[in-house]
Write a protein that binds this ligand. Structure first.
Ligand SMILES: [Zn+2]
Length: 417
């Protein structure tokens, strides 16, 4: 690897971060989509096919949280959360700690009419309980609202509160300091006023597809464009976008070795329950699905020292991935249980072998814990993490593009087969 490619990778990463947080439906996301169309065309040598993705755009128009004594608290409304009545809701806060199923069960009688408070968890770990699971339990138990406490001092947290059309609650991220001020002692039930005003409108986002065909089928290399408001969405997913561009460039320089084609896919509205990739996979015919040998999904590939493949139950791809990582001399962790935390999940659900490459999986000290907070900025990413992710991704992608057809058939073997 030369210095030139390293500096181009870093330059493109910075240019993506310069667009801002890239929340779907904002000028920041539109600028990033235009940038990725341009950079993707330069990297692949083909113009982007633009695929419209209809979705319901959501925006918080106003939000406030007022605690005892009129204390005004910081908060970040969760994406697609519900609105309160115009004057807000006044209710007691019930602290359920981490928000485990056991805690919801133990306090079931106290939840109706109260605002449930839980903790945000490290997203990239094996035993994480997803925020939407906790919100769902709060709804079922009759809560009036939902607060989720950020992972580090001074930080609120973002994330989506609901999938499209599903019931939801007024819901917001708050900082640990706010949580401690509201509930200074165990069992405290402070009365607060939570006000959230939202508006929704029918909108259209854009997926970008770059096809570099070869003889037989293709490998889909994907990364999502959109992000969250609070910062630069640098780890999630400026890192994946920049690495995808770099890896596409390197693979195309070795095109004469390919046995199948490459489709580079930059999906949109990923942070809204994987909408862009769901739309893409749903539009594929059975023959088109069968022609995709593998989805290599790069999402948050920097922000931690380790790299892990989330293999979605596709045991058949694991020996292949380990071989490719070994050839690059880069350790690769494997985590097999299906995780619906990025676009690879929609491929896997359709029976297409798919994995997500992620950095810092299970590492509680990694910068990856800042994802969805104001600290997901370029300074949370070490340049060496980007170059290492690019080297590993290149080895995997080239192995996938050159593998004989009988080898790729084995990739479709699932865990239970
Ligand atoms: Zn992501």
């Amino acid at each position: 690897m030369t210095d030139r490619t390293d500096s181009q990778l870093l330059d493109e990463f910075n240019a993506i971060c310069d667009c801002g947080g890239r929340l779907s439906g904002t000028p920041s996301e539109e600028a990033a989509t235009a940038l990725m169309a341009r950079l993707g065309a330069a990297a692949t040598g083909v113009e982007a096919a633009r695929k419209a993705v209809p979705y319901t755009a959501w925006r918080a128009d106003a939000a406030s949280l007022v605690g005892p004594g009129g204390r005004s608290c910081d908060l970040q409304p969760l994406l697609r959360c519900g609105a309160t009545p115009a004057g807000g809701i006044e209710a007691e806060v019930l602290d359920l700690g981490r928000g485990t199923p056991e805690a919801f069960e133990a306090h079931a009688g106290e939840i109706p009419g109260r605002i449930v408070m839980v903790r945000h968890e490290l997203m990239f770990s094996a035993d994480t309980i997803h925020r939407r699971v906790k919100i769902q339990r709060a709804i079922e138990a009759g809560a009036a609202g939902f607060l989720i406490v950020g992972p580090a001092p001074g930080m609120t947290v973002s994330g989506s509160a609901s999938v499209a059309g599903a019931p939801t609650l007024p819901a917001a991220g708050i900082s640990p300091e706010t949580a401690a001020a509201l509930c200074p002692t165990a069992g405290a039930r402070p009365r607060v006023r939570l006000t959230i005003a939202v508006s929704e409108r029918a909108s259209t986002a854009t997926n970008l597809l770059f096809d570099v065909p070869a003889d037989d089928g293709c490998v889909v290399l994907s990364a999502h464009i959109d992000g969250h408001d609070p910062a630069e969405s640098a780890i999630d997913n400026g890192s994946g976008l920049a690495v995808a561009l770099e890896v596409a460039r390197r693979a195309i320089a070795r095109r004469s070795e390919w046995a199948r084609g490459l489709r580079v896919a930059f999906f949109n509205v990923e942070e809204w329950a994987l909408t862009g990739s769901e739309h893409y996979v749903a539009a594929l015919s059975d023959a088109e699905r069968a022609a995709i040998a593998l989805n290599v999904n790069l999402d948050s590939v920097a922000g931690g020292a380790s790299l892990t493949a989330l293999t979605s139950g596709f045991a058949g791809i694991e020996p292949f991935l380990l071989d490719a990582a070994g050839s690059a001399g880069i350790p690769l962790g494997l985590h097999r249980p299906f995780q619906s935390n990025s676009d690879h999940a929609n491929f896997a659900r359709a029976g297409i072998p798919a994995f997500r490459l992620v950095a810092g999986f299970g590492d509680t000290g990694a910068a990856a814990r800042y994802v969805l907070t104001a600290r997901d900025t370029r300074s949370a990413v070490q340049p060496g993490e980007l170059t290492r992710a690019a080297r590993l991704s290149e080895a995997i992608l080239m192995a996938a593009l050159t593998a004989p057809a009988d080898a790729t058939a084995a990739w479709r073997r699932a865990e239970t087969a």
